[in-house]
Design a protein around this ligand. Structure first.
Ligand SMILES: [Zn+2]
Length: 60
């Protein structure tokens, strides 16, 4: 009985392009400013408006 190696099928699955804005995370950090002097108080994580949180680059 001949032993034959079963070749592992190469799954050619195209990866979805990552959103360039959030780098595929679906979230972006933005600077939070307050007051008339627009003082920076910190950063806030918000939904990426480019991909709407999916992390994938929008395709036309
Ligand atoms: Zn995004």
């Amino acid at each position: 009985m001949a032993t034959r190696k079963t070749p592992t099928p190469v799954v050619a699955e195209p990866e979805p392009a990552k959103c360039p804005t959030c780098k595929g995370t679906g979230e972006v950090s933005r600077t939070v400013r307050v007051g008339r002097k627009r003082r920076t108080v910190g950063r806030q994580t918000g939904l990426c408006l480019t991909c709407l949180g999916s992390g994938e680059a929008p395709t036309d």
